[in-house]
Design a protein around this ligand. Structure first.
Ligand SMILES: C#C[C@@H]1N[C@@H](C)[C@@H](O)[C@H]1O
Length: 441
């Protein structure tokens, strides 16, 4: 074991109320919004297939040209209450908003950088409006903050000279000031989601990442910080040089999930963030420039994540005019209709210890109602759902969550081998079975 000053600050899961709330939320909305929404993946008549929020680099656009987009930022149709209503109806319990992405443009009137929403035709504080609207809907708000900053003159990708280290320490002070400002000015913030921490400059300044974590937790006790902020004494990220996770939850699952049987993740808190297109976080004018996931695919990801004790953060990329595109609205509505019936299998849901993953779907154990849920995506041709029960546990009753009068016949065909016989009906959508279990001894 190495002696670390800037490694993991604690072992195991946080069990305080704020972390338990974060964990019980399970389903969140990611929002990527910034100047990149204006060009929307297109530049000088050319469409770029890469992530729209990376257009500045994929189209080799100068800082001066990119920054001048701020003079055009005027989302006249922006209605934070409408966004929050849509999110509520979709069934998310938290939202994570880009306060500043790699472009360096701040969506709040920051004292520490002119490059912010106050100096645009729109003028108003977007972060403040979103926090107010989402909190009014009972939705927690977290702040995404990119440490990587293409705009700031003191940003460095690496420290290769005295000048670099002098400039970069100015940058680290600037970022610390902005983060303090966010934590102080928006007291209901529940978490900080750091990104853009992969460069050598940050890996050589692991001390700063711990300082930031401590500062935020001092200003906002209970606030939740992702592992992606953190680097240790030797530049190891997410997990320190002794293999211990830093921050409060693992945030390495970006556009990917652990495999359904990868149970090593259940020992820590974690979150997967996911795009609906293949790889677009910011708004891209061409929705179908890549494959876009269907609502049922996204619901399966949510179920898989919950079954392994993780949170699922689904991304939306609002338009420059402030509207959420219709394709995203429709997906939100379909997911919301499913959540209205099936949320008991998700909220407060987690890993069902001892219940072996089956091909037909996922088990989740509800921390609150202590019930076991089976979320079914793949009905076998036989119509029989096979279940292997843990040692000493039997299934007393099984019924459809959407119709608890529906009786599902249970048959023990061998020790700990159960057949569930589905009712003869169509199942046009993924569905949930509530299993009443009992200890045999
Ligand atoms: C790469 C990269 C960034 N990380 C994702 C969460 C998005 O913010 C994307 O731009």
């Amino acid at each position: 074991k190495k002696q670390l000053k800037y490694g993991a600050q604690y072992k195991g899961k946080r069990e305080d109320a704020a972390m338990q709330k974060w964990r019980s939320n399970r389903f969140g909305q990611f929002i990527h919004w910034g100047l990149y929404a204006i060009p929307g993946g297109e530049w000088k008549g050319k469409t770029y297939p890469y992530a729209a929020e990376f257009l500045k680099s994929s189209a080799h656009i100068s800082n001066a040209t990119w920054d001048s987009l701020s003079y055009k930022f005027n989302p006249v149709k922006f209605d934070p209450k409408a966004w929050a209503k849509m999110a509520k109806n979709m069934g998310v319990k938290y939202m994570t908003i880009t306060t500043k992405h790699h472009e360096g443009f701040s969506l709040w009137p920051s004292k520490y950088s002119e490059f912010n929403v106050a100096n645009t035709p729109y003028k108003k504080d977007i972060i403040g409006a979103l926090v107010k609207a989402y909190n009014s809907e009972g939705i927690d708000v977290n702040f995404y903050y990119s440490v990587l900053d293409w705009h700031h003159p003191d940003w460095r990708y690496d420290i290769q000279s005295k000048e670099d280290s002098i400039a970069f320490s100015r940058y680290l002070n600037f970022a610390q000031n902005q983060l303090r400002e966010l934590a102080e000015n928006y007291p209901t913030v529940k978490g900080f989601w750091f990104d853009g921490t992969w460069d050598k400059s940050i890996k050589k300044n692991g001390w700063w990442t711990l300082k930031i974590e401590k500062m935020l937790k001092e200003i906002r006790p209970g606030v939740v910080v992702n592992s992606r902020l953190r680097a240790d004494d030797f530049g190891s990220r997410h997990f320190d040089s002794n293999g211990d996770m830093m921050g409060d939850y693992e945030s390495g699952y970006e556009r990917r999930l652990p495999s359904p049987t990868d149970t090593q993740v259940i020992h820590r808190d974690w979150e997967a963030c996911m795009t609906i297109p293949e790889n677009q976080w910011g708004y891209h004018k061409k929705w179908d420039i890549s494959y876009t996931k269907t609502p049922f695919e996204l619901i399966e990801m949510l179920a898989q994540t919950t079954s392994l004790g993780g949170n699922f953060l689904l991304n939306f990329g609002p338009q420059a005019d402030g509207m959420i595109r219709t394709e995203e609205q429709q997906i939100a509505e379909t997911i919301g209709n499913w959540m209205k019936i099936n949320h008991p299998a998700i909220y407060n849901g987690g890993y069902a210890k001892g219940w072996q993953r089956q091909d037909w779907g996922y088990f989740t154990q509800n921390e609150k109602d202590k019930k076991l849920y089976a979320i079914v995506f793949n009905i076998p041709i036989s119509g029989i759902l096979k279940i292997q029960t843990p040692e000493g546990v039997s299934i007393g009753k099984a019924s459809l969550l959407e119709n608890t009068n529906s009786k599902i016949t249970i048959k023990e065909i061998a020790k700990r081998q159960i057949n569930l016989y589905l009712p003869k009906q169509s199942f046009p959508a993924p569905f949930v079975i509530v299993l009443d279990t009992a200890n045999e001894n």
